[in-house]
Design a protein around this ligand. Sequence first.
Ligand code: CMX
Length: 135
Amino acid sequence: MKILKVDHIGVAVKNSDEGIKFFSNLLGLKFEGQEVVAEQKVKTTFLPVGDTEVELLEATESDSPVAKFIEKRGEGIHHIAFVVDDIEAALKELQDAGIGLIDTKPRIGAGNKKIAFLHPKHTFGILVELCEAKK
Ligand code: CMX
């Protein structure tokens, strides 16, 4: 498995506009756009910085995983996403090493990228996302 870079840091927010005010208007990160990932009931906002980005996550429905996360833990860092060269191979390697996976097969995330989440129980309580490099 080859980790190429941190793709993004997901930040759960109650209100994307408030997040944009801080990260973009105040810190100066570029606002690159937004996308609703309907299957995951979340609106994502992309704020690139260097060769990575901050990704704001706002629940689109009250039963969204992001709404549940905020209810339980408050707003804050929700996940860290790494780009891998081959996501299927990386998942197999991790599974063989005994790491629990939320997604044994990739699903489609923001930007139409193949993504998969590892189980936080096996990753120091941090939700880790793998996403595949664009080919
Ligand atoms: N941080 C730490 N732990 C988390 C977590 C988080 N952000 N999200 C979930 N967990 C924990 C849960 O507490 C649960 O723990 P236990 O098994 O000990 O109870 C475990 O992980 C599994 O969570 P779940 O909600 O029961 O499992 P699901 O399979 O229903 O959902 C997940 C898991 C990660 C997909 C979902 O919680 C989630 O966060 N979905 C939104 C994903 C997202 O951010 N999408 C945006 C676009 C993605 C992109 O392209 O970047």
